[in-house]
Ligand binder design. Sequence first.
Ligand SMILES: NC(=O)c1ccc[n+]([C@@H]2O[C@H](COP(=O)([O-])OP(=O)(O)OC[C@H]3O[C@@H](n4cnc5c(N)ncnc54)[C@H](O)[C@@H]3O)[C@@H](O)[C@H]2O)c1
Length: 248
Amino acid sequence: MQLKDKVAIVTGAANGIGRSISQLFAEEGVRVALVDLDQSALDAEVHRLQNERTPVVGIVADVSDETDVRNAVALTLKEFGKIDILVNCAGICKMIPLLQIEVADWDRTMAVNLRGVFLFSREVFRHMQAQRSGKIINIASAAGKIGGIAAGAHYSASKAGVMCLTKSLALEAAPYKINVNAVCPGPTKTEMTDAWGEEENETFAAKIPFKEYGKPEDVAQAVLFLASDRARYITGEILDVNGGLIMD
Ligand SMILES: NC(=O)c1ccc[n+]([C@@H]2O[C@H](COP(=O)([O-])OP(=O)(O)OC[C@H]3O[C@@H](n4cnc5c(N)ncnc54)[C@H](O)[C@@H]3O)[C@@H](O)[C@H]2O)c1
């Protein structure tokens, strides 16, 4: 329970990996602001955690919108008084070939997956800088390292951007003892991969040395480690959670 009474913002917290991260934080006694665009799934998740007597707050926000992000951070500070941990997990992934990627698809993917990480990190950084401590953890993707095994080129490019942004932020944040890291999952069983279809998922799983997709909890455990003081001296790291898919 190293993280008891810490305060975390988790974006994309209503489903999949973000939901699993929020659940694990709640079990560790972290007070969590769950941020998501999907109001009904968010309400259900907040209700579920509140029934377990965890102090959580649900905030409907679009991570790509500057005003929404400012409001979400302000609301978290009003509710819990501080922010120790930010997990940028919200993301979208459309599995479409290059010739079908419209400019609108490109822009939306970049806005959610990359601008969202920038906006939330910048807003929280102001606060963590004054506090002289904090942990920022970004969820990247194996596709950002080796190209889109299952995703469009726009998605892969956005996630490559997340990894470089992580390193840049880590350099700027280090003097304030703020750690900035990324977790880089391979294919993980969530609503996102369910949408790819059973046949595709079996084909991709066969390419993974572990011969199975990761579980959201596998990613959440890596996030928990990076959020803890066990990772005190780790920053600018891209931590793979991929069953051996990429070893670099
Ligand atoms: N599932 C995988 O195989 C996999 C692999 C590598 C990386 N990732 C990354 O992990 C993260 C979570 O993915 P997942 O599989 O849990 O996806 P998911 O679709 O199950 O959940 C994503 C959540 O983000 C929310 N969201 C989407 N756009 C948003 C926005 N603009 N503002 C706020 N919330 C928004 C959705 O409502 C949803 O609740 C994403 O960044 C994804 O790119 C997933």
